[in-house]
Design a protein around this ligand. Structure first.
Ligand code: UT7
Length: 335
């Protein structure tokens, strides 16, 4: 029986730091509001001309993960690329990574599950490895939010939260019983699809028609978020899906060494931490530095936690995410 384990991790964020004060020069917002409601102090934004894009950042993170896994690109059997902000409408970022990294004609799969994208990707990789079909899978979460945010006061409820960056994990076949990915649990609830969404450009909002018929303020090219509704659902679903994972493995919250929640909002992470009675050492947050980087947030946080020595062999690591779709999921990993 095969299991999958994470054999290498890496992340990349653009150099350009955007503070809350920087944002307050573009829109009616302020450092106090942003920190109080979200915990965010700064985020990274791609700077025009710095050469970054969603797939380029994904490649930078992937190269570090591969090096740490001590593997070359030839060893990778599948690329899974999670993003809501691909460079192109189609094709997806996976094939761009393949091309940029000079990889064989291996399959490249894009996952469009927003904040839950990385957990979904881990689950897909795990299934392919468990069945014996693939040995090494490159999983990437990468986002370029800054290219598509409404940086005026109209968009402040959304735009102050999101940041750019990428994280990557190499997942590798293992035969060590009781280690690696113990389980993944995934969910979705399409009834709330519109509560956190970006409608256009899409086939439902055909570009020439929109330009011809809509006044500027109605162009649906900026993300919409019903913040309070998302928040309320997030705290419930995070807790449910973490419990589901723990119970499936006969574990309790006391067994958790490290919880890496999707970095949606520091207040959400703190709520979940309280619910499971976890100490500060058992939960990792870095939203203060990077904002919410959607599909990239868990691999960036996981990599930082690992680099800081906060994840050791034998630790129980829990990943959990919730976001647009709604979609949510958890992964229980014995490191
Ligand atoms: O990762 C995907 C999942 N996403 C999430 O989990 C996000 C979940 N939601 C949230 O994190 C919070 O709902 C937000 C941080 C987005 C918003 O916080 P909130 O406490 O729910 O604020 P609100 O939307 O109810 O807005 C409160 C007030 C409003 O003004 P009035 O109507 O009370 O006068 C907003 O217009 O704050 C105003 N406001 C702002 N003020 C300063 C909204 N955005 C801003 C801003 N700066 N950036």
């Amino acid at each position: 029986m095969y299991t999958s384990r994470i054999s290498g991790l890496g992340y990349y964020v653009p150099e350009n730091i955007v503070t809350n004060d920087d944002l307050s020069k573009k829109m009616d917002t302020n450092d106090e509001w942003i920190q109080e409601r979200t915990g965010i102090q700064q985020r990274r934004h791609i700077k025009k001309g710095d050469g970054n894009s969603t797939s380029v950042m994904g490649v930078k993170a992937a190269k570090i993960a591969l090096e740490r896994a001590k593997l070359t690109t030839d060893a990778i059997d599948l690329i899974i690329f999670a993003t809501l902000s691909p460079d192109m409408y189609f094709p997806g970022g996976g094939v761009q990574v393949q091309e940029m990294m000079n990889m064989r004609t291996i399959p490249a799969l894009d996952i469009r599950n927003q904040c839950s994208g990385f957990v979904y990707a881990i689950s897909v990789a795990d299934q392919f490895i468990k069945t014996g079909m693939y040995k090494n899978v490159l999983v990437i979460g990468s986002e370029n939010h800054s290219g598509g945010l409404d940086m005026t006061t109209r968009g402040r409820g959304v735009s102050v939260i999101f940041g750019d960056g990428a994280g990557a994990a190499v997942m590798t076949r293992s035969e060590r019983d009781g280690f690696g990915v113990l389980s993944t649990h995934l969910h979705s609830e399409g009834a709330h699809a519109k509560e956190l969404s970006l409608e256009g450009p899409s086939t439902a909002h055909w570009v020439p028609e929109i330009i011809a018929e809509n006044p500027q303020e109605n162009i649906p090219y900026y993300p919409y978020m019903n913040g309070q509704f998302v928040f309320k659902n997030a705290v419930v679903r995070f807790s449910e899906v973490i419990n589901e994972g723990l119970q499936a493995n006969n574990l309790t919250a006391a067994d958790i060494n490290m919880l890496i929640p999707h970095q949606a909002n520091l207040r959400i992470s703190q709520f979940v931490q309280k619910q499971f009675k976890l100490s500060d050492d058992q939960v990792f947050n870095n939203i203060q530095k990077y904002g919410n980087t959607t599909a990239a947030s868990i691999p960036i946080a996981l990599t930082e936690a690992w680099e800081e020595g906060k994840i050791k062999e034998g630790d129980l690591v829990v990943l959990a995410a919730f976001g647009s779709g709604f979609t949510w999921g958890s992964a229980i990993i014995k490191w």
